[in-house]
Design a protein around this ligand. Structure first.
Ligand code: 5GP
Length: 192
């Protein structure tokens, strides 16, 4: 039997290219009790992405089957692909005492906030839209059309930032990581 206290679920969101993944990689280096929920997606893997690590890459048919079986905590269609959080995997990790990050886009985040209004929620913001555009271009993983779509999407998404308990600006990586570590420490001590 695992006697560890149940972990904390953390809703973590922000627009594409804002640096969510880079921040998370740093957080995971600093705290080995953190886990990431691996989502299902119908998007094609990017170069270097491994099935089961960044995502479970599934067909649209498989994705829809999971929806019918009520297998998702939330899901959303984002820029022509489906993304969803598998329920069982998240609950198992929480039961094992891990703190679990749900790294999802903003609309899926709103679904989670409606289901769990008290959840610890963090919205990552770019220092400006110009910086976001620059980062998306620099990443070089999307074509011009996709980048345009993602920037338009970002403009829409930022309108929801106040629904999240914490807004963290990713201007400097280390500072953003420190800020989130402080948030986690504070929230966990309050809930002890
Ligand atoms: P990307 O294609 O860049 O990996 O992800 C696109 C967006 O989908 C990102 O904002 C990412 O956080 C979000 N996303 C990843 N997994 C999920 C998920 O399970 N549910 C939802 N709603 N969004 C997700």
């Amino acid at each position: 039997m695992n006697s560890k206290k149940r972990g904390t679920l953390i809703l973590y969101t922000g627009s594409s290219g804002v640096g969510k993944g880079t921040i998370l990689a740093e957080l995971f280096k600093r705290d080995d009790n953190l886990r990431l929920s691996v989502s299902n997606t119908t998007r094609a893997p990017r170069e270097g992405e491994v099935d089961g690590v960044q995502y479970n890459f599934v067909s649209v048919e498989e994705f829809k089957k999971q929806i019918e079986q009520d297998g998702y905590l939330e899901y959303a269609e984002y820029c022509d692909n489906y993304y969803g959080t598998p329920k069982k995997q998240v609950f198992d990790m929480l039961d094992e005492g891990y703190d679990v990050f749900l790294e999802i886009e903003v609309k899926g985040g709103i679904q989670i906030l409606e289901k769990y209004p008290d959840i610890l929620s963090i919205f990552i913001l770019p220092p400006s839209m110009e910086v976001l555009e620059h980062r998306l271009n620099k990443r070089g993983t999307e074509d011009a059309e996709t980048i345009k779509k993602r920037l338009e999407q970002a403009e829409e998404e930022i309108k929801y930032k106040d629904r999240y308990k914490y807004n963290v600006v990713n201007a400097e990586l280390d500072k953003a990581v420190d800020e989130i570590m402080d948030i986690l420490k504070r929230e966990k001590s309050e809930n002890r």
